[in-house]
Design a binder for this molecule. Structure first.
Ligand code: AMP
Length: 292
């Protein structure tokens, strides 16, 4: 029988891979897992609620993973607030929180990494070399510590979701990957821990990212199927905002993420990265045929 983990006193907190594995051995049965880098917002909490609804046991991890940040990126200043996160997870009723330290995850002598190949060469993989090697490696290590039945990932990080699905298939991991819809602020900005970097003026301008996607999606719904015309529709909207700089816009095969040219005849992912000063905002929308 599964013992509920301290419902009254809040989640159990595990800080090493060995402690997490022991906890899991003591708590058998179906388990939902939500990996995060903390500084939790409603996007994360939507994943937690879904996991709770679908599994009798639930674990959330908080780990700002150094190996997925490149040199000069924001690893040091990535926002952190462990006490607030723990209180949100306690209210959400999760059974355990896995909070490993970088030293326990990557002890001296560490030298093993997971590389998902073609899928990580474009888009965020191209913009952030080594990023997905760090992501795939840490997610596999988290899976090995938690042994989840199901793991919940946001569609916000569309390429990450596809990379994890590919890794799970390729390495025969007995884990179901559950994609979850993007949670947005009332004005359309996708929630992100990095939104705190935006100045008030940048924050006010940031919903342009969603508007660019919506404009292309409206053209798609009206029958536009030319890949370049759809990308251009998004570019035009971004170029109307002086504080926004488009880093890339992509219209790609929804599964392989290969860029599409000419007539779009399959499910596609329209994704973009827009810079507001040094802050990169990612967003995307899936374009597919609507069947009545
Ligand atoms: P992070 O803490 O940014 O690494 O995100 C942890 C998980 O939450 C990832 O699976 C993200 O895709 C997901 N996530 C982050 N922001 C959102 C959002 N606005 N809506 C849905 N999922 C999200």
């Amino acid at each position: 029988m599964t013992t509920p983990a301290n419902p009254a006193s809040g989640p159990d907190i595990l800080t090493t891979p060995a402690a997490m594995q022991r906890w899991r051995r003591d708590h058998p049965g179906e388990l939902g897992f939500v990996p995060t880098m903390g500084y939790l917002h409603d996007g994360h909490l939507a994943l937690v609620r879904r996991a709770k609804a679908e599994n009798p046991l639930n674990v959330v991890s908080i780990f700002v993973n150094p190996t997925q940040f490149g040199p000069g990126e924001d690893y040091e200043r990535y926002p952190r607030d462990e006490q607030r996160d723990l209180s949100l997870l306690r209210s959400a009723g999760v059974d355990a929180v896995y909070l490993p330290s970088p030293a326990d995850m990557y002890p001296p002598g560490y030298q093993t990494y997971v590389t998902v190949e073609a899928l990580t060469r474009r888009l965020e993989g191209e913009a952030r070399p080594g990023h997905f090697r760090g992501v795939a490696t840490v997610v596999l290590k988290l899976f090995n510590a938690v042994s989840p039945t199901r793991a919940y990932f946001g569609r916000k990080d569309a390429q990450q979701l596809r990379v994890i699905r590919r890794m799970v298939r390729d390495l025969d991991l007995p884990i179901e990957i559950v994609p979850c819809d993007i949670v947005r602020e009332p004005d359309g900005l996708a929630m992100s821990s990095r939104n705190v970097y935006l100045s008030p003026a940048q924050r006010a301008a940031a919903p342009i990212v969603r508007r660019a996607l919506d404009t292309a999606a409206t053209a798609w719904a009206a029958g536009e199927r030319d890949a370049e015309a759809l990308r251009q529709a998004a570019r035009n909207v971004i170029s109307s905002e002086p504080l926004a700089q488009l880093e890339y816009v992509s219209l790609a095969d929804d599964e392989t993420l290969e860029e599409l040219e000419g007539t779009v005849d399959r499910p596609a992912l329209l994704s973009l990265v827009v810079r507001f000063g040094p802050t990169r905002l990612l967003d995307n929308i899936e374009l597919r045929e609507q069947h009545a």
